[in-house]
Design a protein around this ligand. Structure first.
Ligand SMILES: NC(=O)c1ccc[n+]([C@@H]2O[C@H](COP(=O)([O-])OP(=O)(O)OC[C@H]3O[C@@H](n4cnc5c(N)ncnc54)[C@H](OP(=O)(O)O)[C@@H]3O)[C@@H](O)[C@H]2O)c1
Length: 728
């Protein structure tokens, strides 16, 4: 019986690893990782699982075996379109995809997994690595357990050419370039051939280090160390590295009698324990009347290095390397990080807020990335069709819909609502989503500066909690969360804080919440929840944009936001409010979307927060400057006292700011309205953002100026959302 078939032509035969081919006929082969997630990328080891019409109903009367080997998996998880679960047979064989062509390369048996020094090791990964060496024909690896240590690895190698064979040192070096130290074989034996069992598989039990016709190929060049070592009595005068080295080899042999020790073996990798190391230090002291430190031993772990270090003038100075500590502290293995959502086989994005102003621009940016395969957009609507239409219409509204098939086919609209615990998708689709997505971008929120906290609670607080749930459940993935500088609320005015830092705590600013908008309070609470999830292990980056204004090139803006209404409403009532010391830190929507997407592209940027604001407060546009700009472009507004301005709006029926009266008028602190309490705006320190964007000088902050403001107004007029005299 067979499940895969491949062509064995001379070209294939020349390869280090002959493929076991592709699935035959209607057979389906999935490579599954330990969590039974499919592996699609080349170079990653997974278990071969077979499905298809030819699958056996199971072993006769062997229920336990059947339960272990025959399992049913969700079709969507396996990347299939069917609604029904797929029954697969777990073969226990490990393999990798060679490339995108669907050819499989056999790695070994799943039960060939051992634990060495606390690490789980697939022996097949080691033999596979050795076999990739051009001078190796075949390799089999054995694990030899030992009571006193965690055991060691032996490799049996059949060289491609017996007469000009690769040396063990070369092979050790070769393995070290791809695998960690604990996977490097302790001993390598060269064999003319490997013993086979009656069914044609390598008979590991019959593999012995020596036989009559072959000598083991030790890593020590020039003979068996046990036979070559004589203990020399030494005086304080050293007679050169070689003599010290011989003495060390002999001493080590006493500790590690089963190892073939060579000059370049790492004594710790061979199993020297800390107790033995301490004893060795003591022996060296007795022998040479000189102290070496344990750190020196670790820094010079081979006989050659140690002998050299003992003979050098600064023999007992083990240098503590700060640089090494800095480098090592960055070294979290990539398998411990969430998936790099740009990598091959990933590129599946889950996005909220695509029918909103910023969300549409982030969606546009994602669609333009070649690494992005699909963007699943959560959108509200009367039904699925309506939800899809709304996403399309939003892109069209901001000139972001290019209609090209390559782009539009990347969009997948999920009809739902963030307020629901399964995002309105139902349990089944929710389960699929959390196992499908490579990354989550949470951009959706209710943004209303007049409605109270209560109105924002469900979409912003519960909604964020539900999106966190989607990010945390299922496969591991990172969350990119768009918050707002409004989380700092009106701390500048209430707490006299003049600068806030991206990664500082929000707690000290809590007392300012009652004097700000309900939206700001909801964003404060939502971000606190995100921070708790981050502290609990969710890989997250938090982005806090300043006030987002229209696109710096198309000049298309959100006509419903406060900035647009301020400009339109002030023109309509002929005056502009005097609001000194207030900075909304305007940022164009294209800058925000590009900055967020670039920062989100690197896993190194996770775990921090980012102020997406003008890089310098001096570049931020204050109220007086907007007033001057308006006059410069031909709107003769007058600067008036704040209260007078509010009254003029009240007296101007149909004014663009009419619906924002609660924000402008309701007193919340010492007679000041919510808009007024945002005075003494602190500086939102953007150090993290500046650092994360330094490799992309093309992502530029563009300040609002009179030309851009004029274009915004012209576009509002063109789209008939603005007329300078509303009552006419
Ligand atoms: N605009 C700014 O100046 C600014 C500044 C700083 C931070 N931010 C943040 O940036 C994000 C986007 O802001 P924006 O200006 O683009 O807002 P927006 O235009 O009002 O868009 C909000 C998006 O959230 C969606 N949404 C709201 N409630 C939802 C729910 N229950 N379920 C599913 N989706 C829901 C909206 O969907 P519908 O279309 O169905 O309503 C819309 O797609 C927000 O998190 C906001 O806090 C904005």
């Amino acid at each position: 019986m067979f499940a895969t078939v491949g062509r064995l032509d001379p070209e294939e035969m020349r390869r280090s690893h002959v493929s076991i081919g592709r699935p035959v006929g209607n057979t389906k082969v999935y490579l599954l990782d330990e969590d039974l997630n499919p592996i699609t990328e080349a170079g990653h080891t997974g278990e071969i699982c077979i499905a298809g019409p030819q699958l056996s109903p199971g072993y006769l009367n062997r229920n336990e075996e059947n339960e272990k080997h025959f399992i049913s998996l969700s079709a969507t998880m396996l990347g299939e379109s069917s609604d029904k679960p797929i029954r697969v047979y777990r073969t226990g064989d490990l393999a990798q995809w060679r490339d995108k062509s669907g050819l499989l390369e056999f790695i070994g048996r799943a039960d060939d997994q051992v634990k060495i020094s606390g690490y789980r090791v697939e022996l097949g990964d080691i033999s596979c690595c050795v076999e990739k060496h051009a001078k190796v024909h075949a390799c089999v690896v054995k694990y030899i357990p030992e009571e006193s240590s965690s055991g060691y690895i032996e490799a049996y190698v059949v060289p491609s050419n017996w007469d000009s064979q690769v040396t063990s040192d070369e092979l050790v070096h070769w393995v070290k370039t791809s695998l960690p130290q604990y996977m490097v074989p302790s001993t390598i034996y060269m064999k003319r051939r490997l013993p086979l069992s009656h069914n044609g598989k390598v008979d590991k039990k019959a593999l012995q280090p020596h036989n009559e016709t072959e000598q083991p190929h030790h890593r020590k060049e020039g003979g068996h160390p046990k036979n070559g070592i004589t203990k020399t009595t030494r005086t304080n005068d050293r007679e050169g590295n070689e003599e010290v080295a011989q003495w060390l080899l002999s001493a080590l042999q006493g500790f590690l009698p089963k190892s073939e020790i060579s000059m370049n073996d790492d004594m710790f990798a061979l199993g020297l324990t800390s107790l033995q190391a301490a004893r060795l230090v003591g022996m060296i002291k007795r022998e040479y009347k000189e102290s070496i430190t344990l750190a020196q031993l670790h820094q010079n772990p081979t006989v050659e290095q140690l002998a050299k270090s003992m003979n050098s003038s600064d023999s007992n100075s083990a240098q503590f390397s700060l640089e090494r500590c800095v480098e090592d502290s960055k070294d979290l293995g990539s398998d411990l990080l969430p998936p790099d959502w740009h990598s091959n086989g990933e590129g599946r994005v889950f996005l909220t807020g695509a029918t909103g102003f910023l969300g549409a621009h982030i969606l546009h940016g994602l669609l333009a990335m070649p690494s992005v395969q699909k963007v699943a957009c959560l959108a509200r609507g009367k039904n699925s069709v309506d939800a899809s239409t709304r996403v399309k219409q939003t892109l069209e509204k901001y000139n972001l819909w290019d209609g090209r098939r390559e782009t539009t086919q990347k969009i997948m609209v999920l009809h739902g609502d963030m307020g629901d615990s399964t995002l309105g998708l139902g349990e089944k689709q929710f389960r699929w989503l959390i196992n499908w997505a490579s990354v989550v971008f949470h951009v959706g929120a209710r943004v209303n500066w007049c409605q109270p906290y209560e109105a924002h609670h469900v979409p912003n607080v519960l909604g964020t909690r539900n999106v966190i749930r989607a990010a945390m459940l299922g496969r591991r993935k990172s969350l990119h969360y768009v918050s707002s500088i409004d989380v700092w609320t009106v701390t500048g005015y209430i707490n006299k804080v003049d600068r806030v830092y991206e990664d500082e705590s929000l707690d000290p600013h809590l007392n300012a919440l009652p004097y700000d908008t309900g939206y700001a309070a909801s964003q404060f609470v939502a971000e606190q929840i995100v921070r708790r999830a981050r502290a609990g292990g969710l890989p997250t980056a938090i982005y806090r944009p300043g006030f987002i204004i229209g696109h710096s090139k198309s000049a298309l803006a959100n006509e419903k936001d406060y900035f647009s209404r301020l400009i339109m409403g002030s023109i309509q009532c002929g005056c502009f409010p005097h609001l000194p010391d207030q900075f909304l830190d305007y940022v164009t929507v294209d800058y925000v979307a590009e900055a967020v997407l670039h920062i989100a592209s690197s896993r190194d940027n996770l775990g921090r927060s980012y102020h997406i604001v003008p890089p310098d407060r001096s570049l931020s546009i204050g109220h007086d400057q907007k007033y001057t700009m308006l006059r410069d472009i031909g709107y003769p507004v007058k600067m008036v006292d704040y209260r007078e301005w509010v009254e003029r709006i009240r007296d101007s029926p149909g004014n663009a700011l009419e619906s924002m009266m609660p924000l402008l008028d309701e007193p919340v602190h010492e007679g000041l309205s919510r808009l007024q309490t945002s005075k003494n705006t602190p500086v939102y320190d953007p150090t993290n953002t500046t650092r994360a964007l330094q490799d992309r000088p093309d992502i530029k902050y563009v300040a609002l100026d009179a030309t851009l403001l004029k274009q915004f107004i012209e576009n509002w007029e063109k789209r008939e959302v603005f007329t300078s005299c509303p009552s006419l």
